[in-house]
Design a protein around this ligand. Structure first.
Ligand code: SF4
Length: 441
C-alpha cells in the first residue's frame, strides 16, 4: 500500500474544519516552520526533491530560489488552482475536503518567500469551492494562523481567493497573473519570468495547489525523509485523478514506485476495466500529454515494467513514452475510437486558444476541422500527412505551452494509431457505425 502524506486524514469526518484538522496535527508544521529561518525552509524543500505537481515537474525549491528580492518591493505567492486540464481533478479534491492543508502550506511557503499577501486563483467552474476556502481562511485567521503578527513572530499574511472566468488558458502562469490583475488572460512573453516580474511587476512565485500542500508534510517529516519516499527524482507522493474506462474512478495518492499495470488493475486503485474489456490506450498525465497504446503503457520498449513516475512514464521520449503531466489518468478500453477522441481534444484546444499566436490560433482550428472530416467519413489519405505537418508547425512556435499541448495529442495519435486513421478513410460508411476495434492491432 502506498504511503499517504496528503490524503492520510481525508477520510476523517469534519477534516474540512479547523478544529478537526488541528486535532489531527494540523498547523504543527506551520508552528515548526515559523521557528525556522526562510533559508532553512528553502533548504528542506530543495532537499525533498519536490517537483511541481501542476504538470511541468520543475523542482519547487529551485523555482523558489529564483525569486528576486529587490529592496522595498513586495513579493507574492500565487497558488494556481485553475485546474482545467481535461481528466485532472486532484486539486479540487484537496481544496474541497482538506482546505486547511493548502492554507497551512501557503503560510509556510509565504513565510519562506517573504510574501505578506498571497492569492489562490481558482477556476470559475469550481463555483462552490471558494466559499470552502474562504471559510478555512477565516478559521485560520481566528486561530491566529493568518493576519497580523502570526503566533507572535511579527510575520503578517493575508490570503485572498480570486475566481477565474472559466478560461483554460488562465492555468498558464502568466495568463493567470494577467487575469489576476484584472486583464484578459493572455499569456505573456518570457522573459521576464514571474520570479523577477510577476504580479503587478513584482517578484512572484506561482505554484500548483498540490505542490504547496506537499510543503506541509515536508516540514513535518523533513525534506530528507520526503526524498526517501518514491524513486529517483520522483520523490514523495503524487495525487492521481483516474477516470475513463475503469471500475473505480477517483483521486489516489501513490508513492511512485507502483507499476502502471498495478495502478490500473489493482483493487486498491482503479480496480480494472469494466465488463472484462481490454485496455486499448491511456493518457496518463492529463489531455496534453501523448496518448500511448496498451503495449507501450504497461512496458517500455526494453520490456521493463513501466512505473507511475516522471522518469518511467517518459522513458523512450515522445516516440514510445509519455509524461506524468498533471496526473490526470484517462483510460480507454477496446471500444474507444482514437480518431473521435483526438478530434474532441482538438476541439477543446481550438476553443481555448487565446488567439495571440498564428500557429496556435489557426492551426488548432485546422486540426479540428480535418479530424472532424476524417471522423465523419469524409477524409482523404493526404489529410493524415497534413495533420502531421500542421502539428509540427505549431509545436515550439508559440508564446505559451498551449500550442504544444494541442500538437502532442495529435502527433501521438497518428504515431501510434495511424492504421485507425487510414481505416476511417478507407471505410467512410463503416466508420460511422463501427469502431476500428482492438483486434486490428
Ligand atoms: Fe494564446 Fe495559443 Fe499563443 Fe498560448 S500558444 S499564447 S494560447 S495563441
Amino acid at each position: 500500500m502506498s504511503k499517504k502524506l496528503l490524503l492520510k486524514d481525508a477520510h476523517i469526518e469534519g477534516i474540512r474544519y479547523f478544529e478537526t484538522y488541528r486535532k489531527q496535527g494540523g498547523y504543527e508544521a506551520a508552528e515548526k516552520a515559523l521557528k525556522m529561518t526562510p533559508d532553512e525552509i528553502l533548504e528542506e524543500v530543495k532537499t525533498s526533491g519536490l517537483r511541481g505537481r501542476g504538470g511541468a515537474g520543475f523542482p519547487t525549491g529551485m523555482k523558489w530560489s529564483f525569486l528576486a528580492k529587490p529592496e522595498g518591493v513586495p513579493r507574492h505567492l500565487v497558488v494556481n488552482a485553475d485546474e482545467s486540464e481535461p481528466g485532472t481533478f486532484k486539486d479540487r479534491y484537496l481544496m474541497e475536503f482538506i482546505p486547511h492543508l493548502l492554507i497551512e502550506g501557503m503560510l509556510i511557503s509565504s513565510f519562506c518567500l517573504g510574501s505578506n499577501v498571497s492569492y489562490i486563483y481558482i477556476r470559475g467552474e469550481y463555483s462552490w469551492i471558494p466559499d470552502i476556502l474562504e471559510e478555512a481562511i477565516e478559521e485560520a485567521k481566528a486561530a491566529g494562523f493568518l493576519g497580523k503578527n502570526i503566533l507572535g513572530t511579527g510575520f503578517d499574511l493575508e490570503i485572498y481567493v480570486q475566481r477565474g472566468g472559466g478560461a483554460y488558458i488562465c492555468g498558464e502562469e502568466t495568463a493567470l497573473l494577467e487575469s489576476l490583475e484584472g486583464k484578459r488572460g493572455n499569456p505573456r512573453l518570457k522573459p521576464p519570468f514571474p520570479a523577477v516580474k510577476g504580479l503587478w511587476e513584482r517578484p512572484t512565485v506561482v505554484n500548483n495547489v498540490e505542490s504547496i500542500a506537499a510543503v506541509v508534510p515536508i516540514i513535518n517529516i523533513t525534506g530528507a525523509e520526503f526524498a526517501k519516499i518514491g524513486v529517483g527524482r520522483s520523490t514523495g507522493t503524487k495525487l492521481i485523478s483516474a477516470c475513463g474506462n475503469i471500475n473505480k474512478p477517483g483521486v489516489y495518492e501513490i508513492d511512485m514506485t507502483i507499476t502502471v499495470e498495478e495502478f490500473i488493475y489493482s483493487d486498491e486503485y482503479c480496480g480494472g476495466i469494466p465488463n472484462g474489456k481490454r485496455l486499448k490506450a491511456c493518457i496518463p498525465g492529463g489531455s496534453s500529454v501523448p496518448i500511448v497504446p496498451a503495449n507501450l503503457l504497461l512496458r517500455t520498449v526494453n520490456g521493463e515494467p513501466r512505473y507511475m513516475n516522471y522518469e518511467s512514464l517518459a522513458d523512450g521520449g515522445f516516440a514510445t513514452g509519455t509524461m506524468m503531466g498533471s496526473g490526470g489518468f484517462i483510460v480507454l478500453d477496446e471500444d474507444q475510437c482514437i480518431v473521435e477522441h483526438t478530434m474532441t481534444l482538438a476541439r477543446f484546444y481550438n476553443h481555448e486558444s487565446c488567439g495571440q499566436c498564428t500557429p496556435c490560433r489557426e492551426g488548432t482550428g485546422w486540426m479540428y476541422k480535418i479530424l472532424k472530416k476524417i471522423e465523419n467519413g469524409q477524409g482523404k489519405m493526404e489529410d493524415i500527412d497534413l495533420l502531421w505537418d500542421i502539428q509540427r508547425k505549431i509545436e515550439g512556435n508559440t508564446i505559451c505551452p498551449l500550442g504544444d499541448a494541442a500538437a502532442w495529442p495529435v502527433a501521438a495519435a497518428i504515431r501510434h494509431f495511424r492504421d485507425e486513421f487510414e481505416w476511417h478513410i478507407k471505410n467512410p460508411e463503416l466508420c460511422l457505425t463501427q469502431n476500428y476495434g482492438l483486434a486490428n492491432y
